[in-house]
Design a binder for this molecule. Structure first.
Ligand code: MEV
Length: 399
């Protein structure tokens, strides 16, 4: 399968579907599902949340050209923002010319927190928890036999004394291909009485931490100056300016927030398309970006030896199994389109998309500016909307 589909964006929607069906080997029912325009039935929505009154729709697209760890991926994206998909595809084409994007992801380790208050002697309580660690981990593992049989389950437990003399216990669990919040919440609630039996006090908050910093994904790329050249600028100049823009994000939190917003344009679009909890991803990303006490860029760029080197590091708590995916047919279809076989692989590709999206934004910012391309796409959407509403039942011209 190749993700290099030149001219994909210029095709009418139907032909795009034809090409995609072939490239991604879609089944007849998957194709039908895409064409039906009804991603979710109201009855399915009713099973997912309370007080459902219908379906809210957003555009669904694929970004092309991505090559990660030598493999081609079509990237499903859900976004309302024009130019995100085009920018990602464009950036992916540039990285592809230079050998693609290399990515890696940690095992799926999630942290559950148990906050124990009213502890008489917190230091002694902490040592007792440490002394009983293997028994507590074994107890947590016994709650999840199927997970343990798959080689996952609870791994570690530790405790710290907080400045207010309460005790904070962290349980670390390998959640495999799940996002893991439900697993963790079940586990911390189950073992809290045992923690209290060991440490004393009162178990208060028992919940997953969305700062999933034991579940990091990293992606890097190296872009030669020749691939950055523009009609009016040398590649070296553009590389230099991108590195300066990256540096600016390290010293200005106001810029870092916008820089990271650009990263999340890609990651969120992919997260929504694949049925992830994107609020959890956002919360984790920004908490990680603030880990040093000053808000930092998630992706950074250096210009050295005629090469622009990009690196992204981001916690990504994503899953390829679970209710959120099972109950939403389009999320399953997105995962099929992507062809990932594990949550870790999904995290790697997602990190690569975040890096590419950031590169696209910076290249536009330091060059012609963001508005020219952006506004051209806005104008196109407006023109299409005008034509579509002028003649009922008729679609506007396709790109
Ligand atoms: C717009 O959605 C995202 C950008 O502002 C990101 C950036 O400035 O790096 C273009």
């Amino acid at each position: 399968m190749t993700s290099r589909l030149p001219g994909f964006y210029r095709l009418p929607l139907q032909e795009r579907l034809d090409l995609l069906s072939g490239a991604a080997d879609l089944t007849a029912s998957e194709r039908e599902h895409l064409e039906s325009g009804t991603p979710l039935q109201p009855s399915q929505a009713d099973n997912m949340i309370e007080n459902a009154i219908g379906i809210f729709a957003l555009p669904y697209a694929v970004a092309v050209n991505f090559q990660v760890n030598g493999r081609d991926y079509l990237i499903p994206m859900v976004t309302e923002e024009p130019s995100v998909v085009a920018a990602a595809s464009n950036a992916a084409r540039v990285t592809r010319e230079c050998g693609g994007i290399e990515a890696e992801a940690d095992p799926s380790l999630m942290i559950g927190q148990i906050h124990v208050t009213a502890v008489t002697d917190p230091e002694t309580a902490r040592e007792r928890i440490r002394g009983a660690a293997s028994q507590l981990v074994a107890m947590a593992r016994s709650q999840q036999p199927r997970m343990v049989a798959r080689g996952c389950g609870a791994r570690e437990i530790d405790a710290e004394v907080l400045p207010d003399r309460s005790l904070l216990v962290h349980l670390v669990v390998d959640v495999g291909d799940a996002m893991g919040a439900n697993t963790i919440n079940t586990l911390v609630e189950a073992i809290a009485p045992e923690i209290v039996a060991v440490a004393g006090g009162v178990a208060n908050v028992r919940i997953v931490s969305n700062l999933a910093d034991r579940r990091m994904a990293r992606a890097r790329t190296a872009i030669g100056e020749a691939s950055l050249k523009a009609p009016d600028r040398t590649g070296a100049d553009i590389a230099q300016r991108i590195a300066q823009a990256s540096q600016l994000a390290t010293v200005s939190p106001h810029r870092a927030a916008t820089h990271n917003k650009g990263v999340m344009n890609g990651i969120d679009a992919m997260a929504i398309a694949t049925g992830q909890d994107w609020r959890a991803i956002e919360a984790g990303a920004h908490a990680f970006a603030s880990r040093t006490g000053s808000y930092q860029p998630l992706a950074t760029w250096r210009h050295e030896n005629a090469v622009l080197r990009g690196l992204i590091e981001i916690p990504l708590a994503v899953g390829t199994v679970g209710d959120r995916i099972r109950l939403n047919p389009r999320a399953g279809l997105s995962l099929r389109l992507l062809g990932v076989s594990s949550a870790r692989e999904l995290a790697m590709v997602m990190a690569a998309v975040g890096l590419a999206q950031n590169f696209a934004a910076l290249r536009a910012l330091v060059g012609e500016g963001i508005q020219r391309g952006h506004m051209a796409l806005h104008r196109r959407s407006e023109e299409r909307a005008r034509l579509t509403s002028a003649v009922p039942g008729r679609r506007g011209p396709d790109p």
